[in-house]
Design a protein around this ligand. Structure first.
Ligand code: AMP
Length: 177
């Protein structure tokens, strides 16, 4: 079975979470399935190995899980990007549009060494707003984005073309809907 099919079999759809109208893609069954989870890590590593990422950045909170696995597998630094107000030291901040209103994410000002090639990871690509804001933080800090990695792409929302257009780097998702 292809990895994409394996991943899809290990996701749980939860209707109306966290609010009515959202079909939430729950990755916890995938985390429990160690062989498939580890194949996901190897798939992402294989896709980006020729780019030689020098750091993995990931978005709170579910992005941290595979982000940390990737950083350990590649022996490179891990950079946490968090919702505004959570990081203790001085931060860079980026805002992005939500369906209703705006949201803000932050990264420590010294998290990225200048010219480091950074691979940005999150669990789900939806509209691409979160990933684009995170990408801008990396660039603002002097990092060079070498790609975006997701477990799941909700491709009907158009996030992939949106971030490809803005950043002109590869966008890889293990499973697309
Ligand atoms: P967006 O900024 O629209 O691309 O949304 C991406 C962020 O929202 C990611 O951090 C995801 O974890 C989360 N997200 C959006 N839609 C879903 C969904 N249907 N299931 C799970 N997480 C989602």
């Amino acid at each position: 079975m292809s990895l994409q099919e394996e991943v899809k079999r290990n996701l749980r759809d939860v209707q109306d979470f966290p609010k009515p109208g959202i079909l939430f893609k729950d990755i916890t069954p995938l985390l429990s399935n160690a062989p498939v989870r580890d194949r996901v890590v190897e798939d992402i590593v294989g896709y980006f190995s020729s780019f030689k990422p020098g750091a993995i950045a990931a978005v709170e909170a579910r992005g941290f899980i595979f982000g940390a696995l990737l950083a350990q597998r590649l022996h490179v630094p891990f950079i946490p990007i968090r919702k505004a107000g959570k990081l203790p030291y001085q931060t860079l901040r980026a805002s992005y549009e939500l369906e209703y209103g705006t949201a803000e994410i932050e990264m420590h000002i010294d998290a990225v060494k200048k010219d480091t090639k950074v691979l940005l990871h999150d669990d789900v690509l939806a509209t691409g707003g979160t990933a684009a804001a995170a990408g801008r933080l990396i660039q603002q800090a002097g990092g060079r984005l070498c790609g975006f990695s997701f477990i799941i792409d909700l491709s009907f929302l158009g996030g992939q073309s949106r971030i490809q257009k803005e950043f002109e780097v590869p966008v890889h998702s293990v499973a697309a809907f």
